[in-house]
Design a protein around this ligand. Sequence first.
Ligand code: KG4
Ligand code: ZN
Length: 349
Amino acid sequence: MALILGIETSCDETSAAVVADGWDVRSNVVRSQVDLHARYGGVVPEIAARAHIECIEPVVSEALRAADVEFADLSAIAIADGPGLVGSLLIGMTAAKTISLVHGLPLVPVDHIEAHATSAALGSADAPWPAIALVVSGGHTSLYAVRGFLEIELLGQTFDDAAGEAFDKVAALLELGFPGGPAVDRLAREGNPQAIDFPRTWINEPHDNFSFSGLKTAVLYRAFGTGNKYRTAPLDERTRADIAASFQAACVDTLVAKTVRAATERGVSTVVVGGGVAANAGLRAGLTEACEARGLALHLTPMKYCTDNAAMIAGLGYHRWRAGQVAALDAEPRSGLRRPARPKKGRQA
Ligand code: KG4
Ligand code: ZN
């Protein structure tokens, strides 16, 4: 049995976890900073980095205590090295390097989004691969072909806003607060999803990339008007609910269609979904219905592992460590996303 300590600080959650053999979660401590950022309507990088400095040591200690282990019991330390906010990543990486040096533990870098893509495997010794993985959160919207823990192929991703980012921005337009996803989800239940025909960008295009900025702009124009027809009076309740429901329907239709297409076209019979937006009731219902209709098995990651957490870092880190994928102490954070080539019209090679 091998115990891995995972550390995650890529955005605004400070998290540490102890996971045995890549799936058995012994502890998963998550300290959210949402209250610190709410008044600004989004994550402020400097505030996030400072809060990580304050939290990282107590969070790691708590994760070890909750799992009833000591540093000497660990086999390796897994660290999310990107993508994310560089100041936030630096805090987690510095802590992980220090622990690695002091306790003689191998340092295992783990890609944050690949960890989301494999998070559905946590909690069970039977991994669901091969599968198509949809990662849909505030910072990422990506499709992966996961053939195994060490064979994760990025198929496509968003070229502008992530789906969760679009939810948050629409929530801001409708004055629903931050983070807005859950509020839009709630308001959408009271509206008509067919009231407004919002764009479903690239829904029928034969590639695996997404774009949500056009949808967001369409909502802006619908809510406030354009040019000299700018609206200043507040929207009535019915219109707000219809905008929320129609926006969510456009977003969900696109995510579901592209995910199901990615699986059926490649002859893959399992779909897994992770990331904060996987909590969305419309998305869960849409994916469940579409996967049932196509005979696809659907694994929705449990909510506690959907939002940012270190258990998913330790889980994937175990497999990387076993494959000898360790880093030197001068490893640096990778803040940016690796983007595939922009899709051309027609079929991708
Ligand atoms: O995975 P996560 O905690 O952090 C990132 O890695 O980004 O995802 C947070 C995102 C936010 O944009 C939040 O608004 C969205 O997930 N979210 C939702 C719901 N719950 C959280 N979006 C739509 N419906 C929800 N129920
Ligand atoms: Zn994330």
